[in-house]
Structure formats: C-alpha cells, structure tokens
Design a protein around this ligand. Structure first.
Ligand code: ZN
Ligand code: ZN
Length: 429
C-alpha cells in the first residue's frame, strides 16, 4: 500500500532506463568518436547522409510530435503521419503518448512545480535532469484524443523495440550509401542522436532563458532566432507559449520556421488540412498589451524622477484606444467577410431555385421568368454590392486609424523604454 513517504521516495527515484540509455550512449560516443576520427577520413556521403537523417528527425519532432500530436494544430494524410512517426521514433525521444503527455503538462503548468521541465529550476534541470528522474504514470485523460488511436497505442506499447529497429534500418541504409558501417554507427547514429537530443532539449532549457519576450512576460518562454535554426522553427517559443494552438511558431513571414512552410505546402497539395492560425489582429492586440505592461513597469521604476500619473494616463489612454480600434477592426473585418460569403451563397441558391422552377414551367413562361429572375438577381447583386462597399469603407477607415495609432504607439514605446532615465525626466508626458 503506498504511503506518504513511499510517494515522496517515488517522486525522487531515479529512472534507471533513461540514466543508462542516455549516459551510456553519451559515453559510447565520447569513446568511439575520437577513435573513428583518428582512423578514418569522414566521407562527404557520410556527412550529407547524417545531415539528412538529422533534418528528418528534427522535422518529425517539430512537425509531428510537437505541432501535430501535442498541440493538434493541423491534420495530415495518414501516409505523412506514418512518415513523421517513423522519423520521430528514430529521433529517440520516447513515444508520442509520453512526449505529448509531458508537453501538455508543461504548457498547462509552465514554470511551476508541476511543469516537468520547469525552467526556473535551472538550466540543467530543464535540459536533461528531469528525464533522469522517474516520471509519474501517463494520465490518459491528458492525451484523451490520442489515447484511442491504435497506431499510436502500438508505437507506445512497442516503443523500445521500434526505436531500436528504426535506428537499425537507418544505420543499414547509411551503411549501404557510404560503405562504412563503423562511420554510419558513430556519426549517423550516435553523433546524430546527440545533436538531435540537445537541439530539442534546448527548447526546454535555453528557449525559457535566453531571448526576447515580445508577446508575453507571463511565462519564461523567449523568442530566439538561433534556436529556431537548430530546431527547424521552434525557437519562437515566446509566441508559442502565448498562442500554442497556432501551427506556426515563427508567425511573421520572415521568421525562420521551415516546419510551418512544410505544413503549409502540404496543405496546398491536399496532404494537410485544418491548419489553425491565430488572427493577425488578435496577435497585434497581444503585442500592445505586452508593450503596455513593459512601459508601465518602466514608469513605475522611474517614479521618483518623472510624473507617474501623467505618463501612466498617456500610456493607458493610448493602449485603450488602440485596443478598442483593433477590436472594432476585427469585428468589422469578420462581418465584411461573412457578408461577402453570405452574399455569394444567397445569389447561388436563389439562382438554383429559379432554375428549378423554370425547368418545370411551360415554355411560354420561360422568357418571362428569366427576365424576372435576372431583375431580381440584379437587384440583389446591387444591394449586396452597396452593403459590401459600405462595410469595406468601414474596414478601410478602421485600418487607417489602427495604422496611425500603431505608429504613435511604437514611437511611445521607444520613447518610454529606450530614452535614458535622465532625459526621460525632462520629457513632458
Ligand atoms: Zn516551453
Ligand atoms: Zn508546445
């Protein structure tokens, strides 16, 4: 019977499988890599082959384990799922069940004691030590949507053997390409495993420590371009923790997020669907809120040198107006789109109805009805066009207001956050 002290002991007990596996392969790599490098020249085919395996493993973790399974931000064709599951298994990061389970808890309880890789516990804890401690059993309720799927159950139940087999296949493939079994093992399996592991682990450690926080300071997650390069797009972790339901992490078009490009491209050829995106205006509103928070903090910091009340009022008023206009613009844009869609739908169904009536009507009546239909359709079209024009005008007006206010807002953010303390004191609020 478990007692309180048993529970405590268990929560601190060591996960010997992980310790032996992770420690073992690190030591093996450390021993074999110098031997290999001294005895052999590294061939180009070995380098390129390993780079390809590394790319596929990381993409499978980023696109598959993370965005497809842990967050369900899009759906894919079963063939793509099999491909991602295979390479995710080669990546050796546990089953999709356990990965998604821990990751969903990480998001739900980020930075707290319940967060398995809680960053405030330090770099090494969030990077690797958390895996060396025994984790509680998987709670199926947390991954209910995945739990029922037979292919994922199969992967979970047979994980160890599948992981060894998948890596065996990859080793044999690389051996066939390079003709170098020892190199394929040391570089293609051990060194690649090391690189893929640490790149992914950096998202739990460095991506909660080293970078910027443009979207939110309510959690430790940061945006970091370098980590995005190392993980095919996962470095925009501040955005991700703020909007975890988005299939993109680098949400701006210029941000380095190859996974989002692959997912988007798959959707264009019909192999992915239901891509979830957060609305642009919602993201802008979030940015304004984060800026507002930073400015208020700075104003509070300088309270002995500047007129706090005047500055706070200025920031609050600008933030309130900008937020209200962003909300208005979102409502107007949504309504405009709805009107457009409904307008087309009405016209289409009106046309279909009339066509049916015409079919059963007598020939003599045909022309008369067609005229009536055309007149009616023309009227509907005109009315719709008028309404659309009005709505579009409203959207344009709001867009202009938001653009104007956004410009002033950015100037104010620069002024409040970047003006040296001594000079800010002499700037009137
Ligand atoms: Zn995180
Ligand atoms: Zn996530």
């Amino acid at each position: 019977m478990p007692t309180a002290s048993n529970e405590t002991t268990r929560s601190w007990s060591i996960d010997w499988t992980n310790v032996l596996f992770l420690g073992g392969y690190h030591l093996l790599l450390l021993a074999l890599l110098p031997v290999y490098l001294i005895q052999h020249d590294v061939s180009a085919s070995l380098v390129w082959g390993t780079a390809a395996i590394w790319t596929l493993c990381l993409l499978a973790i980023t696109m598959g384990y993370h965005r497809l399974y842990a967050h369900v931000t899009y759906r894919v064709h079963p063939a793509i799922e099999m491909f991602l599951t295979f390479w995710g298994t080669v990546a050796t990061q546990g089953s999709i069940f356990s990965w998604s389970h821990d990751h969903r808890i990480h998001h739900r309880h980020v930075d707290t004691d319940l967060d398995p890789y809680s960053a405030p516990k330090g770099f090494w804890h969030s990077h690797v030590i958390w895996m060396l401690k025994k984790r509680p059993e998987i709670n199926p309720r947390i991954i209910q949507d995945l739990w029922k799927r037979p292919s994922l159950q199969f992967q979970h139940a047979n994980y160890a053997i599948l992981m060894v087999a998948a890596n065996g296949i990859v080793w044999a493939g690389l051996w066939a390409v390079t003709g170098d079994p020892f190199g394929a093992f040391v570089i293609g399996i051990l060194l690649r495993m090391f690189l893929v592991h640490h790149c992914t682990w950096f998202i739990n450690s460095l991506a909660h420590m080293w970078g910027s926080q443009p979207y939110s300071t309510e959690h430790t997650a940061v945006n970091n371009f370098i980590l995005s390069i190392l993980t095919f797009g996962e470095g925009y972790h501040n955005y991700h923790h703020t909007f975890a339901g988005d299939y993109r992490n680098g949400v701006r078009w210029w941000q380095f997020d190859p996974a989002k490009i692959v997912i988007w491209s798959l959707s264009k050829i019909g192999l992915a669907h239901d891509l979830k995106r957060v609305n642009k205006l919602t993201i802008k509103r979030r940015l304004v809120a984060a800026d507002r928070h930073l400015m208020m903090e700075r104003i509070e910091e300088l309270k002995h040198r500047i007129d706090v009340e005047a500055w706070s009022t200025r920031v609050e008023e600008a933030a309130a107006s900008l937020t209200a206009n962003l909300n208005g613009l979102k409502t107007a844009t949504d309504k405009f789109q709805r009107m457009k869609d409904e307008g087309f739908e009405q016209l289409r169904s009106a046309k279909d109805d009339k066509v049916n009536e015409m079919r059963v009507a007598r020939d003599a009546k045909l022309q008369e009805m067609r005229n009536a239909r055309d007149g009616k359709l023309q009227l509907m079209r005109e009315r719709r066009d008028e309404e659309l024009e009005l709505m579009q005008k409203r959207v344009e007006e709001l867009k202009a207001t938001v653009a104007e206010e956004m410009k002033e807002w950015k100037e104010m953010v620069t002024l409040v956050l970047e003006t040296p303390e001594s000079r800010l004191a002499s700037v009137p609020a």
